[in-house]
Design a protein around this ligand. Sequence first.
Ligand code: 13P
Length: 248
Amino acid sequence: MRRNIVAGNWKMNLNYSEAVDLINELNAYDKPLNTELIVAPPSLYLGAFKDAQNNLLLSAQNVHTELNGAFTGEISSTMLHSLSIPYCIVGHSERRTLFHETDALIFDKVKSLLSHEISPIFCCGESKEEREQGDAYKVISQQLNLLLSKLDAGQIQQTIIAYEPVWAIGTGLTASPEDAQLMHHHIRKEIAQHFDVSVSENISLLYGGSCKPENAAALFSKQDIDGGLIGGASLDFSSFISIAKSFS
Ligand code: 13P
């Protein structure tokens, strides 16, 4: 179901006591927000945080394609399911680049999550070179291709898609609201072409990449932008809440 979402990707940050402090602050926040709040802490903390959450929903940052076995250091969809974790980020550009994850591998992760009732937060995004060469739309279509051609309508509607231009992640450079809207519109149009408009209108599309309290409202005011996937600014309670309050 399409809804406003602000999700914090903590990446590999915060020691345990810092993480507990932040979760406690977020849990204690009881003012109504017209958005769903998600946090993705390091997987090591998921078990401890799952009962503490009040207004928050939890996400993992990664998952393996296999369900169990000799895969030292990995976690599986069955494990996440056994903790009732509702979301998992997949396809983040850091995993694509630093861990050499391919579209095919990412798609296997998506399938594994969906078959365990976990909604993927599927990231896509073009590099600076790809944008400069005029290939941004082509790259995003390519990254989405397996999802759109192989999932059914029910499965795609369980999925959240985050557009995160690689050049904007952690750089302080943000896509302009107009450019972000154009790409979100492109993504929604592609979904409508593979399925139909009722399906595409039912999916939340998030923007990620140096999203901050100062620029969130302008981004979230755009028609096809339903919220944000936030890195650095999600590590600070006031910034994260301020972004969550940015919907008009
Ligand atoms: P920043 O908000 O730090 O740019 O990170 C965005 C991101 O990668 C979220 O997944």
